[in-house]
Design a protein around this ligand. Sequence first.
Ligand code: FAD
Length: 375
Amino acid sequence: MNNKVKPYDYLIVGAGLFGATFAHEMYKRDKKCLVIDKRNHIGGNIYCQNWDGINVHMYGAHIFHTNDEAIWKYVNAFTSFNRYTNSPLAMYNGRLYNLPFNMNTFQQLWGVTTPEAARAKIEQQVNAINIKRPRNLEEQALSLVGYDIYYSFIKEYTKKQWGKDARELPPEIIKRIPVRFTYDNNYFNDLYQGIPIGGYNRLSEGLLAEKEVRLNINYISNQIMLDDMAEKVVYTGMLDELFDYKLGKLEYRSLHFDHERLEVANYQGNAVVNYTEAHVPYTRIIEHKHFEFGNQNHTIITREYPVTFSNSKETEPYYPINDDKNNRLYKKYKELANGRTNLIIGGRLGDYRYYDMHQVIASALTVVKKEEMKW
Ligand code: FAD
């Protein structure tokens, strides 16, 4: 057994929001941390690159939103946020519709102008279909919002997103479809929302200021050497990879981002436009400057293509596929991880669940508190 004192209290694998929050909190508590990341930058998936004054969200559009005042105060201690409100649009059959589904959408779709008329339209369609016990996502959606909304905005978009027909997907994926009978295009119901002024790197840089960070280091291929450097390892990567896939592979959905610079000041007039039809291969076009009200003469757009994740190809594991099979497999990996007393698992990959940014910060703060109780 190796009894020598290790130079760090914590080796933190992953400089994303989870790892950065954990490192920041432990630093405050006088613990010695080393943060590593296999990428060549900090921030994980919230990382932005500045392209001639425009912050490009390199791993997909990120909008910070939360109802939790404590988390809002926490992030605002590192950077101020602007007043950006997410109001995406959906392109269907050459026309634009407001999202989330609200009175503006219903007016654009059916010409109705009152909540009563919109409600009646949906009820009439739901009753005509008369599905009592939905057996799949298609039936679930039809029973919630009727056929016009389903066929225009949900059916083909879902197939692009998940690579599967809505009839092959379980009904539980959509528990509810938010429908508003007010003229309100604000996508989120949360009290606080915005984009860090100057981009998300301000947040990651604030969290990791004065911390020891080493980039371009893959924990998996340097595990023996790295484990020797710290009393505990905080791992925010894929759990199946940590155990060399010995129980099988967890499934993820991935995305391909096609970034393009255009010499026009304003390409689509909105940060996010969804493309709901199957014949358009991408699901969204993001125009980054609108997140920060940019007034440059050029613009950067990103087309987002959902793709299958494969460990052998150049794809990133973005969305866990939380069906029964994968959840069962994850549980077995988690049991293996729990068997290692010096290992802490966290973040969206480690926990194999979709976290929004505010949730991953909250989760890191909880893990820090649990650690503290052991001292
Ligand atoms: P990550 O950001 O993935 O960080 C993990 C880090 O670990 C990575 O940098 C990775 O390189 C590193 N790593 C992994 N394995 C190893 C290894 N073996 N060795 C070394 N380093 C390793 N949230 C919102 O609140 N609002 C949004 O609008 C929003 N939009 C999103 C859009 C997309 C397309 C995606 C995918 C997510 C979105 N999110 C959004 C969620 C948000 O990205 C996450 O909550 C957050 O980034 C998760 O942080 P994390 O630290 O858990 O993971």
